[in-house]
Design a protein around this ligand. Structure first.
Ligand SMILES: Nc1ncnc2c1ncn2[C@@H]1O[C@H](COP(=O)(O)OP(=O)(O)OP(=O)(O)O)[C@@H](O)[C@H]1O
Length: 248
């Protein structure tokens, strides 16, 4: 069935073991070539949404669709094959391996060598630092550069949607700015992004659409610029009143 959305999480209920549900009827939809960001208080379940979308956590109820196809019970490998690529929170580059080796790991499921080479050309053009430091040990790169290597690795499988969990974690403001610029470049190159961020104001300044999570549901959603202007949201979730100039 055709769908106007690349990823649909519909009425999702999910939790860990016997503990209370973390997600309680959550619905999030990601259109093509769009950055959707999830913001909300600590423990609201933002990372849990990404774990459900990448098959790391099977929902107890609800439906997950990728381009209209039901993938609800897929395992992580099947989710990857369906087009959902997850960039985990924290740093996941292998520091003792080169940038090239790290990026090629993202292509482990591709059999066709020319496809791998095409994808390498693509990620090198999207992330100049990946091209410039191709033979360097990944551990020699700065935190922000390592994050771009992770982005490049996640794009090797030509995903429909990249799931980004707190890409700015541990980065200084300058590196955070660069990483968010690269998120926009990914979108402009045609990849949809579902982004989870602690840095809610910065994420909403980057995103097209925003969803505010509270108590395991989407409390409010809409165009990110409108959410940024909402005084009540600013007070509750964005650490203060709307700003007239973008934060640096
Ligand atoms: N592996 C796990 N086992 C048990 N409980 C977990 C696990 N991971 C997360 N939780 C719990 O699920 C709830 C939601 O966590 P989650 O990490 O999704 O929230 P979050 O909104 O991403 O928060 P933060 O911004 O602090 O990362 C929290 O109460 C957390 O303690």
């Amino acid at each position: 069935m055709a769908s106007e959305f690349l990823l649909e999480l519909d009425g999702i209920e999910a939790g860990y073991g016997r503990a209370a549900l973390v997600l309680r009827g959550l619905t999030v939809k990601v259109p093509p070539a769009t950055v959707v960001c999830l913001v909300g208080p600590n423990g609201a379940g933002k990372s849990t949404v990404l774990k459900v979308a990448s098959g790391m956590l099977t929902p107890r109820a609800g439906t997950i669709r990728v381009a209209g196809q039901d993938v609800t019970r897929n395992n992580p490998q099947q989710m990857l094959a369906a087009g959902l690529s997850h960039v985990l929170q924290g740093h996941s580059v292998f520091k003792e391996m080169t940038v090239e080796e790290n990026v090629r790991l993202g292509a482990f499921s591709l059999k066709d060598r020319s496809e791998v080479n095409d994808r390498i050309d693509f990620v090198k053009s999207l992330f100049p630092v990946v091209a410039d430091r191709w033979s360097a040990l990944a551990g020699a790169l700065s935190g922000g550069q390592q994050k771009q290597v992770e982005f490049a690795r996640s794009l090797m499988v030509s995903p429909q949607v990249v799931l980004l969990d707190e890409p700015s974690m541990g980065l200084d403001p300058k590196a955070t700015g660069t990483v968010f610029e690269q998120v926009v470049r990914m979108r402009d190159a045609g990849t949809a992004v579902l982004l989870v961020e602690q840095n809610a104001r910065r994420a909403l300044e980057t995103a097209d659409l925003g969803c505010v999570l509270d108590l395991g549901r989407v409390h409010i959603s809409g165009p990110a610029d409108q959410l940024l202007e909402d005084p009540q949201l600013a007070e509750l979730y964005l650490g203060g009143r709307p700003q007239t100039t973008p934060a640096t």
